[in-house]
Design a protein around this ligand. Structure first.
Ligand code: TNX
Length: 538
């Protein structure tokens, strides 16, 4: 072979070789992102940004709002890269800028990201917007970022611009800690998971027939007696006020507002088991009734047995007695004292043994107490039979006609149709966990609907937002929570965040399929829905 030929072959090999290397290191173009929920607009540009150990983090604007978000970013990057990213006052290249604009036009939660070779800049009008931007940026980085192990992958992010803002201001998830109790650590884990999908409200269902889960200092037997069991007869549990405040603060650090629920006047057997004075004398179904030894506590003879079954609708507070309203006032007052968010949820569902003529004044008085303590009431859709206070919200779960009653009173509705958003419903008839009284809810059922299409009287402006409840009659631990949430929570989060005309199943399912690499890296126990076409894993 001639020497020139050898040289030209060597040159070709080098170019080819470099080509392979740079290919492996290439950033995914921004337009090929798999961001969930889908942003408002993504515009791709040439080039990419590379994150290194030298990348500096710059905050512009109100430091007390920005620094916590920067800290979340630092701890997100550290485990899989080993990078100890430092803050800097300013910088021209290799910087990530977190900016809260003064006099911003952006709504709360809205953000923009611009990426070029030298910098990434996230801008927002508040910390929540920056945090949302961070959750998007996280999904532009390799899946290995979600794992705990050190990965060698380079972090390259395709250049371009993202504009994004939520369709609905309230994007909620509800956890039923009454039917089965979940520890503070489990609740924090759930907060971590749902915050990745820009969920910003956590509704805690804190009381039901089977258990009272929040310490109320003025009525101590609620927890001393009422918390002692759960569905199936386990030991139950409750949050002390300190623990509840810890959950609230943790949620706040992820820009999630806690909405505490005390379900009334039905779903109250655990309270009636503690304080017989509240009981009008209706008995508990035998199946699931657990006598509680009160000899040392000397409780009123009207107290009911504890209850571990799942049948609903048999209990009610005595709506005629003054002591009942003292009870409601004390409970709401103590809840308000530890709840910075605007809403107290007062339940109101399935009060099947409360006459409507008793139910209506009860729900009106309960709302007035919430208002007196400076908060707004949320209640299940039946609450709309009562006169609603201004700003009170009805949570549509079963009956569109109740949602319409609320709207006709000038109030907004929170959308949680049991047939679409109930994460305790089985995926299909073969899935072990869950119930199916409302529907089987496969991934596409959770995705292919829109809050504005439920009833012609429920218009966009009547809707505060969307919430996905996880009732826990059949759910007992963290792995089971994960299984019922994922992938459906990702679908509902997109329904709540992304405008209807930007959403479609083909795009969602394509993105989600690739997105599951992140769940694999996290070790998440998610349901492998047959609605996604799974590629063989090598
Ligand atoms: C209905 S939804 C209920 C809950 C149950 C749930 C089970 C609602 C307001 N009430 O008490 O846990 O069904 O799916």
């Amino acid at each position: 072979m001639k020497i020139t030929k050898i040289i030209s072959n060597l040159i070709l090999l080098t170019i080819f070789g470099l080509g392979i290397i740079s290919c492996a290191d290439k950033a995914t173009p921004l337009s090929e992102n798999n961001i969930i929920p889908k942003p408002l607009s993504v515009i791709e540009a040439g080039g990419s940004f590379t994150l290194t150990n030298e990348t500096k983090l710059v905050g512009l604007g109100n430091a007390s709002e920005i620094n916590p978000v920067i800290e979340i970013f630092q701890s997100l990057i550290k485990p899989s890269t080993g990078f100890d990213l430092q803050k800097a006052e300013s910088g021209e290249s290799n910087v990530i800028v977190f900016e809260i604009e003064s006099a911003s036009q952006k709504s709360p939660g809205e953000y923009a990201i611009s990426i070029d070779e030298n910098s990434i800049k996230i801008t927002a009008s508040n910390g929540e917007g920056l945090f949302n931007g961070l959750q998007t940026l996280r999904q532009l980085m390799p899946a290995s970022l979600e794992g705990k192990d050190l990965a060698t992958e380079k972090i390259k992010i395709g250049a371009g611009q993202i504009q994004d803002k939520p369709e609905y201001a309230y994007r909620g998830f509800m956890l039923d800690v009454a039917r089965h109790f979940f520890s503070v650590e489990d609740v924090k884990h759930v907060i971590d998971l749902v915050s990745k999908y820009k969920i910003n409200f956590l509704h805690l269902h804190l009381s039901d027939d089977q258990g009272w889960r929040i310490e109320i200092k003025s009525w101590p037997l609620l927890t001393e007696i009422g918390s002692k069991t759960e569905v199936g007869g386990g030991e139950g549990g409750f949050y002390t006020q300190e623990q509840y405040k810890d959950i609230v603060a943790y949620a706040q650090s992820k820009f999630i507002t806690v909405v505490p629920e005390i379900d009334m006047p039905g779903h109250t057997n655990s309270a009636l088991a503690a304080y017989g004075q509240l009981n009008p004398g209706i008995t508990v179904p035998e199946k699931g009734a657990v006598p509680f030894d009160r000899t040392e506590l000397g409780v009123d003879g009207m107290a009911t047995p504890l209850y571990t079954g799942i049948e609903v609708g048999f209990s009610t507070l005595d709506t005629d007695k003054d002591i009942t309203y003292q009870f409601v006032d004390d409970v709401i007052r103590e809840l308000v004292e530890m709840t910075p968010g605007p809403y107290i949820h007062i339940g109101g569902d399935e009060s099947l043994v409360t006459e409507l003529e008793d139910y209506i004044p009860f729900m009106e008085k309960a709302q007035a107490i919430v208002t007196k303590y400076g908060k707004k009431s949320l209640g299940w859709d039946e609450i709309a039979h009562a006169k609603l206070e201004p700003g009170a919200v009805a949570q549509y779960w079963a009956k569109a006609e109740n949602a319409v009653l609320a709207i006709n009173q000038g109030n907004q509705v929170l959308i949680s149709p049991a047939t679409r958003t109930y994460l305790d419903m089985q995926y299909d008839s073969t899935t072990q966990l869950g119930l199916h009284w409302a529907a089987y809810i496969e991934l596409d059922d959770a995705y292919n609907w829109d809050p504005t299409e439920l009833d012609s009287a429920v218009k966009r402006e009547n809707i505060l937002g969307v919430e996905a409840p996880l009732w826990s009659e059949t759910i007992t631990n963290r792995e089971e929570i994960e299984f019922m949430l994922f992938p459906r929570l990702a679908a509902i989060a997109e329904v709540a965040w992304t405008k209807k005309d930007l959403r479609n199943w083909d795009s969602f399912s394509e993105r989600l399929k690739k997105h599951t690499a992140r769940w694999d890296a996290m070790g998440l126990n998610y349901y492998k829905s047959p609605k996604l076409v799974w590629e063989e894993k090598k």
